[in-house]
Write a protein of this length. Structure first.
Length: 82
């Protein structure tokens, strides 16, 4: 089960303009521990895969790509979990 902070963060990102969402994701990734990043990765990926509205799913794909890029920049590695 995913905890509320992950759901809340993704919901906020979805309702932000692109630039603001990217800034918010960057701030989130910068302040997150590796364990939290792994949990957010799982939540964001599952949310994306399970979204049935194509417009919303497309937006989630963009957010997930930004998240993964910033995670890789922070950790120095890219981990694909699909």
């Amino acid at each position: 089960m995913v905890s509320y902070p992950f759901v809340s963060a993704v919901t906020e990102w979805l309702h932000m303009a692109d630039g603001d969402a990217l800034d918010a994701i960057a701030e989130y990734v910068a302040g997150a521990t590796p364990t939290v990043l792994e949990k957010m990765d799982r939540h964001l990926r599952e949310t994306t895969v399970n979204e049935y509205k194509s417009e919303q799913r497309n937006r989630l794909v963009v957010l997930y790509a930004c998240f993964k890029y910033l995670e890789a920049q922070k950790t120095g590695r890219f981990s694909a979990r699909w």
